[in-house]
Design a protein around this ligand. Sequence first.
Ligand SMILES: [Zn+2]
Ligand SMILES: [Zn+2]
Length: 351
Amino acid sequence: MQATHNHDAVLAILKPTPAPGFVVGDVPMPSAAPGQVLLRVAAASVCGTDVHLYDWNPWAAARVIPPRVVGHEVCGEVIGWGDGVHGPALGTRVAVESHIVCGYCDECRRGDFHVCENTRILGVDVDGAFATHLAVPLANVWPVGDAVPPDVAAAMEPFGNAVHACSYGELSGRTVVVFGCGPIGCAAIAVARVQGAARVVGVDRNEYRLNLAERMGAHSIVRATDNAVDDAVRSAAGDAIDCVLEMSGSPVAVASATRLVRPGGWISLLGIGDGPDVVDLSSDVVMKGLSLYGIAGRRIPATWEQVTAYVQDGVIDVRALITHRFGLSDIDGAIALMKSGQCGKVTLTPE
Ligand SMILES: [Zn+2]
Ligand SMILES: [Zn+2]
């Protein structure tokens, strides 16, 4: 399909070499391969993963092969089709699922696409979304309609993590504690409220994020300190904590969650820690009959369907999570702000 293929250069944010930092530079205009669509990027948002890529932490160094266009949370407009693709209509606004799955491994054949063995992640394993244009498989685009603003559509991917984390058990009438009040934790607070949780408590070390947690509907907030977190959470949430949504990745928070949740309760684990886990499995998980649910990406399509309902009907104000906006070429400023912790979701817009 020649229409989508040309050699014009486009602006992109790259990890150029296996070292810290990004560069803003020109890359060849992407083209839609067979089975792909070509998108003009309308908005993208920055994730903690992008900060890890920027810093070139051990995970990034082991996984990413530069040069790589980074970024994976994105909204675009369909402007071209690869061979074998006959939609969505040109001009359609789409959100993007960042996990490109194989469709043929055992997990995919079971419908568990979110744990596909051959997952390739946009902006990590293949060129990504911090660019004026990108090409993605047709299966990864999710039409949202023009009523959903591009910055909100870009944030549907991380918002989906929150929705997925909330989906393990019933929240109506329950007491829910959220450890880690970054954008996903704050989104989870909003989802828990909408699902009718009786009491939602947000826990974080960061004042800015605790304020955001309150704005998103937390009944109370707990400032995490090095000790006495359990007591502080119990005094805010009561003794009958039905579930914890663990978004912080702190091993200390995970251990605290297992102590706090009532016998028979459950924990969704989304945060990825960089320290050794210190959970007392025998007494705090086995003997209490807890359920631990790992949140890998989003269930496809169930999570996306739920996210769409929340976003399209305005049930949850996802835009309230978006606190800062930068031009694509000011990625260094966006990353610096992310590292300061004085922000919610940070959005990039192509100039
Ligand atoms: Zn992300
Ligand atoms: Zn697969």
